[in-house]
Design a protein around this ligand. Structure first.
Ligand code: NAD
Ligand code: UDP
Length: 320
């Protein structure tokens, strides 16, 4: 019998990683989740550990590791602004040392590495929507720089390991993604608004709510990540993965109120520092290369996300 494919998911106890581990297990992979639990959820690990092909390794991606793997998904890095700003030095190191260690592991195993990069490499963009060719408008200093510049340096390392040492790399530039599997205290807009609406608390919109984002449902993102990983040939250039449907944050708050039936109010707080004003992916490359485009619109994606948070916050026992 052929050996099962071994997929390593760093950051597999976090929001995207948990959804990815589930999908890989359903495809028959042996899955190793490497996570230091900075922002991962113990419940996710407990649930995944019921599966006999799932293995959990508590480890800091900043430290080298020796494993036998066939492919690597490098997702380890806190992704919500409060989480990555809590320990900015560690955030930079996680991006840079983490990807270096995973590149060395990929070379040692002759394995392909897919790295979770981000739309934050475009910073506060002056080109809109953002194509992969846009070099971005990013500050080297400020509260978001640890994440943005860490991810940019990671892309540089991926590019140079590919050029100089022949590493087989894939770079997914992920735009705002939401769905079941997020923490209640994650701190991002979708989870904050849903948790606030379910608790009858005010929805905290930073600034006047006119800033925009384009929200992608997690199942669509996982489809894109897997297509990029599985594509034959040499494809080391970055690929935007996100939903091009752009909305203002105030509109997102209103959608959450309508979908939850909550009587909560929307309140306006101070703008977040260095908050990008707009963000929307140009997904021409992803569509041409992968035949991929998101299928789930925000209304359809909010429903299962709200159901998930109802259970997590104890508003209901289970979802029918
Ligand atoms: P998350 O914070 O929910 O998950 C990140 C996971 O990485 C957590 O389980 C955390 O414990 C783990 N981790 C952090 N530092 C680590 C370290 N030093 N060693 C080992 N594990 C570590 O974030 P997410 O939303 O699931 O994002 C996953 C990846 O996708 C991140 O790399 C993020 O930058 C990228 N991304 C996500 C989005 C999004 O909207 N969700 C957008 C752009 C990019
Ligand atoms: N935001 C908000 N209220 C919140 C959380 C976020 O108004 O409780 C805003 C935030 O300022 C930004 C947008 O929503 O303009 C998206 O923020 P998020 O943290 O979800 O993602 P990112 O800033 O990384 O795109």
């Amino acid at each position: 019998m052929a050996a099962r494919r071994v997929s390593l998911v760093t950051g597999g106890a976090g929001f995207v990683g948990y959804n990815l581990c589930h999908r890989l297990l359903s495809q028959g992979d042996e899955v190793i989740c490497l996570d230091d639990m900075t922002s991962g959820m113990p419940q996710h690990v407990d649930e995944l550990q019921r599966h006999e092909r799932f293995h959990f390794l508590r480890h800091d991606v900043c430290e080298p590791v020796t494993l036998k793997v066939d492919r690597i998904f490098n997702l380890a890095c806190p992704a919500s602004p409060p989480a990555y700003q809590a320990d900015p030095i560690k955030t930079v190191l996680t991006s840079v040392l983490g990807v270096r260690n995973m590149l060395e592991l990929a070379l040692a195993n002759d394995a392909r590495l897919l790295h979770a990069s981000t739309s934050e490499v475009y910073g506060d963009p002056l080109e809109h929507p953002q194509r992969e060719s846009y070099n971005g408008n990013v500050k080297t200093m400020g509260p978001r720089a640890c994440y943005d510049e860490g991810k940019r340096c990671a892309e540089t390392l991926l590019h140079d390991y590919h050029r100089v040492r022949g590493a087989d790399v894939r770079v997914a530039r992920i735009f705002n993604t939401y769905g079941p599997g997020m923490r209640t205290d994650d701190g991002r807009a979708v989870s904050n608004f849903i948790v606030q609406a379910l608790a009858g608390e005010d929805l905290t919109v930073y600034g006047d709510g006119s800033y925009t984002r384009s929200f992608c449902y997690v199942d669509d993102l996982i489809d894109g990540i897997l297509r990029l990983m599985e594509l034959d040939g040499d494809h080391s250039q970055p690929v935007n993965l996100g939903n091009p449907h752009e909305i203002a944050i105030k509109e997102l708050a209103e959608l959450v109120l309508a979908a939850t039936g909550s009587q909560s109010r929307i309140v306006h707080l101070a703008n977040a520092v260095d908050d990008p004003k707009v963000r929307c992916p140009d997904i021409t490359r992803a569509t041409a290369l992968l035949g991929w485009r998101p299928k789930v619109d925000i209304g359809d994606g909010l429903r299962p996300t709200i159901d998930y948070f109802r259970v997590l916050t104890g508003t209901v026992d289970t979802v029918a």
